[in-house]
Design a protein around this ligand. Structure first.
Ligand code: NDP
Length: 306
């Protein structure tokens, strides 16, 4: 069966792949890079262990309304693992048997693993973020001041990871106050919550520390004419900037932060590490993220997105 094709709920109903199937599900899903990087990693595992020759990673376009039916079918058809992307990460929570504590705290799942009783839910975005920052910028969240832009699913994963890694302080700025308040009330039981400083008005950014890590977890940057998520002049040049958006590879924030003199990376390393962790959960094997990185980088370069 082809791993490039976009499969649907109708295909799932008659699914008869004889090997071990994995998949990413979302809407839209056509542009997902996960099948390229996961199938490359599986191919590498197969060189060491022949059981992985029968493994393949597919993509499915699933409407959110069909998610309950789809998850039941994925389970019946014995898909070993699923990745969930927009818009399924939050709505899947109520459909799962077991959820890890950190996914519960985040309020979203991006990785599911088959078990007899249903799918177990994980969230590997926070892990991907801290590994991506470590690798891309050579710094750690631990004991650093962090400014997070956004209050959606990705921002929540970032906040929980910063709390787990004991960041020195966590400032959060979001366009809509309601969403920021809702996020804060959901996270209020977590250890370290007092290190969170909501930024209600942009003037609050005047007293930022001299160094820190700014993480863009808004969707601004995906489209060429998007405004900047932050006036870059509020950061001293000793700040580092990590933009979760990775397509285009050089977002407007990336370009402006670089001009300003900050160290800056876009989110490809996060994508790769969250994917590598998911594959590790399914296979129990360590996978080489570099091979996955090289392939997705090549795919983006081929699209002409720098
Ligand atoms: P959500 O839709 O859950 O959240 C979107 C966020 O962007 C909200 O905080 C929203 O603010 C903000 N936003 C959207 N439009 C604007 C605007 N015009 N001005 C200001 N703020 C805006 O998305 P996710 O959290 O799932 O994803 C966020 C980004 O992170 C996406 O670009 C996604 O591609 C990226 N991502 C990257 C990953 C990686 O591996 N590199 C992994 C996961 C996500 P408001 O609340 O006011 O609407």
């Amino acid at each position: 069966m082809e791993t490039i094709k976009v499969y649907t709920l109708a295909d799932l109903k008659v699914w008869d792949f004889p090997g071990t199937a994995l998949a990413v599900i979302g809407q839209p899903i056509k542009h997902s890079l996960s099948p390229i990087m996961q199938n490359a990693a599986i191919k590498c595992l197969a060189q060491e262990d022949k059981q992985f020759e029968k493994w393949a990673y597919f993509r499915f376009e699933i409407d959110p309304e069909d998610l309950p039916e789809a998850l039941e079918l994925f389970h019946q058809k014995r898909f070993l693992g699923l990745n969930l992307t927009v818009p399924h990460k939050v709505i899947a929570l109520d459909l799962l048997g077991e959820i890890t504590c950190s996914a519960k705290a985040i309020g979203a799942v991006n990785t599911l693993k088959w078990s007899d009783s249903g799918f177990e839910g994980f969230n590997t975005d926070g892990y991907g973020l801290s590994k991506g920052i470590e690798e891309g910028l050579g710094i750690n969240l631990k004991e650093n001041s962090v400014l997070i832009l956004g209050a959606g699913g990705a921002a929540r994963a970032a906040v929980v990871e910063c709390l787990n890694q004991q960041a020195e302080s966590i400032r959060i700025l979001n366009r809509s106050k309601d969403r920021l308040d809702a996020m804060l009330s959901n996270l209020s039981n977590l250890e370290g919550f007092e290190s969170i400083i909501p930024v209600q008005v942009k003037e609050d950014l005047a007293d930022l520390p001299k160094t820190g890590i700014c993480i863009n977890a808004t969707s601004l940057g995906l489209k060429p004419n998007d405004p900047l998520p932050l006036n870059i002049n509020v950061l001293s040049t000793e700040w580092s900037v990590y933009d979760m958006v990775y397509n285009p590879q050089e977002t407007r924030l990336f370009i402006e932060a670089q001009k300003h003199g900050c160290a800056v990376k876009t989110g490809l390393s996060m994508l790769v590490h969250q994917g590598a962790k998911a594959l590790e959960i399914w296979t129990g094997k360590e996978v080489d993220p570099q091979i996955m990185y090289n392939l997705v980088k090549q795919a983006l370069d081929n699209q002409g997105n720098r």
